[in-house]
Design a protein around this ligand. Sequence first.
Ligand SMILES: Nc1ncnc2c1ncn2[C@@H]1O[C@H](COP(=O)(O)OP(=O)(O)OP(=O)(O)O)[C@@H](O)[C@H]1O
Ligand SMILES: [Mg+2]
Length: 304
Amino acid sequence: MMRDTASLLIEALPYIRQFSGKTIVIKYGGHAMKDEALKESFAKDVVLMKYIGIHPVVVHGGGPQIGRMLERVGKKSDFRAGMRVTDEDTMDVVEMVLAGKVNKEIVALINRHGGRAIGLSGKDGQLIEARKMHLYRYQGDDQPPEIIDIGLVGEVRRINVEILKVLEQSRVIPVIAPVGVGPDGETYNINADLVAGSVASALNAEKLLLMTDVPGVLDGAGQLISSMTVAEAADLMQDETLKGGMIPKVQCAIDAVQAGVRKVAIVDGRIPHSVLLELFTDSGIGTEIVGRRPRRDEGERTRG
Ligand SMILES: Nc1ncnc2c1ncn2[C@@H]1O[C@H](COP(=O)(O)OP(=O)(O)OP(=O)(O)O)[C@@H](O)[C@H]1O
Ligand SMILES: [Mg+2]
């Protein structure tokens, strides 16, 4: 038992060396915020990262929490391509739940476990500049694409990293709510995976972790894909294997790798300490998305 503990710690050493001084962006929340024990293990993982010199940046979702609040106020939820159709009333609820309730809950959680977290929405420090997202559906070569209006759903135009850079040099762990601000001060609801991907790219992060409530990306037969290249991920996007919220997640993984983020992993947030297990063990967990498959002689970690 003692030997197991020692070998585990030693297994973590090369990863601690690799990540120390680097930025790691973690998309948390929504579906991964299941119960108290899991929330606690997540908070401890993030606090530990900061203590060993890694710069964690947390971006959170809040799908289930928004859904529950909309239900309470008697509004129906409607989704297109994994995005919530957002009218003005819905946007009010989304902002209140994300930037108010969920954001502060995560901040308090991290602080209760010995960290120093601070909450930001995309409006703070003009962190997330957004614009309206336009969705089109292909209708055949001889037809114009159908335009799907999903209202105040935004996409990231620019991430202003100054405030994050300042925090990197401090003890403070930023926790970001995915609410963006438009050129005329409009408020946009942005998918949290897309924000996490853009933040990771803008900060040139070493790694992007997307926590969710499934083992990772599942293939057509329901089997976990433990590793895939950007090209393989793009193929998956073409067929119907990916549905709902997994579509923006894999798209953001592809975009982040292409923008220079070394590795993206989609991990099961229902496993206690999934962040540490993904970062600090040889086998990792979940699905990793990499630029290309490393050659054997490069001695990089590959998954079996
Ligand atoms: N091929 C697939 N492999 C794995 N999950 C899939 C696949 N296709 C669709 N999904 C769905 O994607 C969901 C994850 O995305 P979803 O947006 O619902 O949650 P989240 O992003 O973790 O949380 P939130 O959106 O609240 O931040 C899974 O629960 C699963 O049902
Ligand atoms: Mg989602």
